[in-house]
Design a binder for this molecule. Sequence first.
Ligand SMILES: NC(=O)c1ccc[n+]([C@@H]2O[C@H](COP(=O)([O-])OP(=O)(O)OC[C@H]3O[C@@H](n4cnc5c(N)ncnc54)[C@H](OP(=O)(O)O)[C@@H]3O)[C@@H](O)[C@H]2O)c1
Length: 299
Amino acid sequence: MKVFLTGATGFVGSQVLQDLLEKGHQVRCLVREGSQGKLRVWEGVEIAVGDVLGPESLREKLRGCQAAIYLVGIIREFPRKGITFDRLHYQGARNVMEAANEQEVSRFLHMSALGARAGAPSCYHQTKYMAEEYLKESGLAYTIFRPSVIFGPKDEFVNLLARMIQKAPLVPVVGDGKYKLQPVALENVSQSFVRALEMPETVGKAYEVAGPEKLEYNQVLDIIGEALGRRVRKLHFPLSLMRPLVAGLEKFPSFPLTREQLIMLQEENVGDERPFFQDFGIVPLTFREGIARYIKRRG
Ligand SMILES: NC(=O)c1ccc[n+]([C@@H]2O[C@H](COP(=O)([O-])OP(=O)(O)OC[C@H]3O[C@@H](n4cnc5c(N)ncnc54)[C@H](OP(=O)(O)O)[C@@H]3O)[C@@H](O)[C@H]2O)c1
């Protein structure tokens, strides 16, 4: 099948691209001008230079494809550069959905996020939800994926925490750290996208994509510490202190937390993972097993 893939240079997209090629698909990657160098040149890959925010040029780029995959997303806004949740999660997705419809692309796989719902407190989740709703009304043969935090060798989440655990004597934790996450392995997520292309029974469905364990943030830190052979000493900061601090510092891109992320952490990020693993016939990888493959003891 010829698949139109957006986000192929990213953390999730590079794995999805590799898995699509291994399954024998032809892949046309939409890559932004200047990002071509991030993509390895593989047999079976066609590069289409473009932007999901440029609806005019998108139409032609989807011509001849049988499926489209939307993986573009951001975790942090930079409004002065035009990088906003509304533009990338909603408008960009809508542009690709419209182009897919015009080109009669029969299948559409959409990356949303766990927690996307009407009235969500974060803009991240609201805009993911808006794209889901648009897709449901689009007439496309869609499948929606809503992952919790995804872990894998080049992730930002686990690698950032591992660096903190290694370098800092105390690891900062927002509030009591008892809020839960359900980390899911990149390879499990990627497998599901590739399998969905050949599973018409997944059309019209939205899946909560989460790992086999619901872990408190404190446990996530301890498991990473175990993999590194270090005991994690935590320093808990009350939310009342963190809110103004984050509001003041989030404008610095090197500050690792934004108000949006604070809202999302607090509201937890867990769901029912069973339909996902059952329907796709995927064996879940646990967080401990998965990170042991790339987080290593040093010294
Ligand atoms: N990672 C997680 O834990 C997680 C959890 C839940 C949901 N998700 C969702 O999964 C998706 C992929 O996440 P990720 O972690 O792989 O993100 P990522 O590594 O930041 O990749 C984002 C991709 O989007 C591309 N992109 C950005 N703006 C674009 C534009 N205007 N036009 C075309 N492409 C554009 C980037 O291309 P450039 O190389 O040009 O920047 C990159 O390929 C996102 O929708 C995210 O919300 C991720």
